[in-house]
Design a protein around this ligand. Structure first.
Ligand SMILES: C[S@@+](CC[C@H](N)C(=O)[O-])C[C@H]1O[C@@H](n2cnc3c(N)ncnc32)[C@H](O)[C@@H]1O
Length: 303
């Protein structure tokens, strides 16, 4: 199936101008205790990504296709979150098994409830993805790590663990973003930060710098013989500012600006930030008919 291509010279130029070299980095505990202490962030992101996409094929269907399932595989999902992807994938594993692993108990519990009573036997493990010693050698035909690897403290230990638990002939799918993914969101965000004379340390890119779609192959090749990159694009289009604002505030935590409690930045700062971002989104909707957010994402398929 031909994929849409949303790249333009203007977007490439914008990316060069606005995506900072420095990226946010969070301890895995911040993710567990703030972002994923409940399912709200994931629920908002998943709903908005799906409802406002313009690529007719969803990213989830694309990822499931990459796995080339026969229906009988044993699959391990690292950082399974609230089970959104597993719910869609499960019918493709009617005679297989699913093991979901996450270090945040609230989202793991949501995944458990989501798949409860289905035909596919499921096992749920609360652990960090770099601590897989509870799993036996050669246990899984497929392993996935979707949009979570930037939180894992020890990447080499994680990949060595995946290699060990994966059967010969298996596939490890690691899905992540290019650093300039969703750059229009960063553009309106940085513009508003500048207008507020925000501190320099808020001008950082998504926390994907440790392993992005651009840099990941070299790290993975140290553990896997074959590493193939399969890219994926989409463009979210908003004709109403509110769903975008929820995506920006709740789903992306003001582009990570409010990720760490900061005594310098009070509620008034974030209210002003929100107002400025919204005003610019409204201006673009009025000028262009919609506000676009372009996604440059994809998967490494490791064998
Ligand atoms: C952005 S969500 C992605 C969820 C799911 N894979 C998806 O794509 O919908 C990141 C997930 O990784 C989990 N996570 C963060 N650090 C982790 C770690 N060290 N080990 C396992 N899971 C982790 C979070 O709790 C969260 O559920």
């Amino acid at each position: 199936m031909t994929q849409p291509d949303f790249r333009t010279p203007e977007l490439d130029d914008l990316a060069r101008r606005i995506i900072p070299e420095q990226h946010f980095e969070f301890p895995t505990e911040t993710a567990r205790d703030r972002f994923f202490a409940d399912t709200r962030m994931l629920d908002v992101k998943q709903r908005v990504h799906n409802a406002y996409r313009t690529n007719p094929r969803s990213m989830v269907d694309h990822m499931i296709g990459n796995l080339q399932l026969t229906g009988k595989e044993d699959l391990l999902d690292l950082g399974c979150g609230n089970g959104f992807i597993l719910e869609h994938l499960r019918p493709h594993l009617a005679d297989g098994t699913i093991t979901g692993l996450d270090n945040a108990p609230a989202v793991l519990d949501a995944a458990r409830r989501r798949l409860q009573g289905t035909a596919t036997p499921c096992t749920w493990i609360e652990s960090s993805a770099d601590e897989l010693t509870m799993l036996g050698d050669d246990t899984f035909d497929r392993v996935m790590a979707n949009y979570m690897i930037h939180y894992v403290p020890d990447l080499d230990r994680c990949f060595a663990g995946v290699r060990r638990v994966m059967r010969p002939g298996g596939t490890f799918q690691l899905t992540t973003d290019r650093p300039d993914s969703m750059l229009e969101m960063y553009d309106v965000h940085f513009q508003a930060l500048r207008a507020l004379a925000a501190p320099d340390d808020l001008f950082k890119a998504t926390p994907k710098g440790r392993l992005s779609l651009e840099t990941g192959a070299a790290q993975l090749e140290q553990h896997f013989e074959h590493v193939e990159k399969v890219t994926w694009q989409d463009q979210l289009r908003f004709t109403d500012p509110e769903p975008f604002m929820e995506f920006y505030e709740v789903g992306h935590n003001h582009c990570c600006a409010s990720s760490v409690p900061d005594s310098r930045l009070d509620d008034t700062f974030y209210a002003q930030l929100r107002d400025l971002v919204k005003a610019e989104v409204v201006r673009r909707i009025n000028a262009d008919g919609h506000f676009s957010v372009t996604k440059f994402t994809g998967s490494f398929l490791c064998r």
